[in-house]
Design a protein around this ligand. Structure first.
Ligand code: SF4
Length: 440
């Protein structure tokens, strides 16, 4: 056993995985894999290990020494060289729907370059297999790489582009999102199934440290996608929305994608588009992925027919929220007010909760989250591994002096016992799933 994210019973921990200067990965048989929680090196529990999910990537971490566990001496060892050769740390960037329990263990050299915007999960090697401390939090297969036939995607993308030559939104999604970035939501759009994207915004009123669509020069990390350089019309958004909601199984049409700024800033455009879609179809879910900075605008979007919101949050504590989002013209209170508006309209609310072992599983953070979930009767937590250089995040959040957190296992147990109605998952739910948990 070991597939589908279930942990594998292991007597021994896998070997430490390291990299040479060229990025070739190899195991260090003298040491076992270790992990990190905040700034602390930690032992990995073998019961937390799963086989590396299909569709994950493996990274060489430049100018970072790997840290392993020596079972004979029962101590952690920082490896600066191996058999006379320089060695570097390795990490896994897991496929969607998997939550990391422990991060890659390493010590950065003083001149180590900042790491790009990915999450860096601990990874070990044993019996010809890579292992990671993680858990699958959502069984939905919508972003499983195994379900993406690249030839079919290209064929259908080009056919759709021919069918809608004048729709700039469709052309953008096909040219950039499908054929350049390989965005799973965009691929599902051309495959006429599940969740499709509706990017619309060129600007944002936040400056997230880890924003994947805009990074200033000082950050020294590249944005992984460029923001779209036009604003689609209501007609263009409506045309794609009706097409997708009418033809896809378990359909969701989502504003707020990686290749744009903040959609809620386009309030009037979205209000017109949502109203226009709902005049022509009642099928599926119209969802908004957002920083939820404008509760007043959100009210109008619900009145127009918006069904659900996914609120992006790195922390339920104002201090850490402001340090990460660096909001302009709004604050943490506005985000909370948007959750209240969602409850007032009896709509579905999810948190796009950016999980970081060492902050998320701190007692104070859990208590703040627990209070927020109860205050606004939030329906779901989407467990997202925070994609950022861990040392940079620890420094910016000022959590370098904190004790280790309770651990992700304990965090899951506490969320489930204290707020049992909250769905733990990864993806925006379709209408069918919402109805199971929440009458509409
Ligand atoms: S809210 Fe979204 S678009 Fe805005 S800075 Fe943050 S990640 Fe980027």
């Amino acid at each position: 056993m070991g597939k589908l994210g279930y942990s594998v019973a292991m007597k021994q921990l896998p070997y430490l995985l390291a990299s040479d200067a060229e990025g070739n990965l190899f195991e260090i048989p003298e040491l076992r894999m270790a992990g990190m929680n905040g700034p602390h090196i930690e032992k990995i529990a073998s019961s937390d290990l799963i086989e590396l999910p299909y569709g994950s990537n493996l990274y060489h971490l430049p100018k970072r020494y790997p840290v392993g566990f020596d079972p004979k001496k029962n101590t952690f060892v920082t490896l600066t060289e191996y058999k006379g050769e320089a060695v570097f740390a390795a990490a896994a960037f897991m496929a969607p729907a998997y939550l990391q329990k422990s991060r890659s263990a390493f010590k950065a050299q003083t001149d180590a370059p900042r790491l790009p915007l990915f999450s860096y999960t601990a990874v070990g090697w044993m019996n010809d297999q890579f292992y990671v401390p993680a858990i699958r939090t959502d069984k939905d297969p919508r972003q499983d790489l195994i379900h993406f036939d690249c030839e079919l995607i290209e064929e259908k993308a080009l056919a759709m582009s021919k069918q809608f030559p004048k729709n700039r939104l469709i052309q953008h999604i096909i040219e950039k999102c499908v054929l350049t970035y390989g965005c799973p939501a965009a691929r599902n759009m051309v495959l006429e199934r599940w969740e499709a994207p509706a990017p619309s915004s060129q600007s944002c009123n936040a400056s997230c440290l880890g924003c994947i669509s805009f990074q200033n020069a000082e950050s020294c990390v590249p944005a992984t996608q460029n923001r779209l350089d036009f604003t689609p019309s209501a007609e263009e958004i409506i045309e794609l929305g009706v097409l997708h909601l009418e033809r896809a199984p378990r359909p969701i049409y989502s504003f707020g994608q990686g290749c744009e700024g903040e959609p809620i800033l386009n309030g009037e455009l979205l209000e017109e588009a949502i109203g226009g879609i709902r005049k022509r179809t009642q099928k599926g879910i119209i969802n908004l992925n957002s920083n939820a900075s404008r509760p007043d605008t959100l009210e109008k979007l619900y009145q127009a027919g918006l069904d659900s919101i996914r609120v992006s949050l790195n922390s339920a504590q104002k201090e850490y929220y402001h340090k990460y989002y660096r909001p302009r013209g709004y604050g943490f209170e506005d985000v909370c007010q948007s959750l209240q508006v969602t409850r007032d309209f009896n709509k579905w609310s999810s948190l796009n909760y950016l999980i970081f072992p060492g902050l998320t599983d701190q007692k104070a953070e859990w208590q703040a989250l627990d209070t927020l979930l109860k205050a606004y009767k939030v329906n779901m937590i989407q467990t997202r591994n925070l994609n950022i250089d861990p040392d940079w995040y620890i420094e910016e959040m000022g959590i370098g002096g904190q004790e280790p957190g309770m651990g992700i296992n304990q965090w899951i147990t506490q969320v489930k016992s204290s707020t049992p109605w909250v769905k733990l998952g990864y993806f925006n739910p379709p209408k069918e799933e919402m109805q199971q948990q929440f009458y509409l």
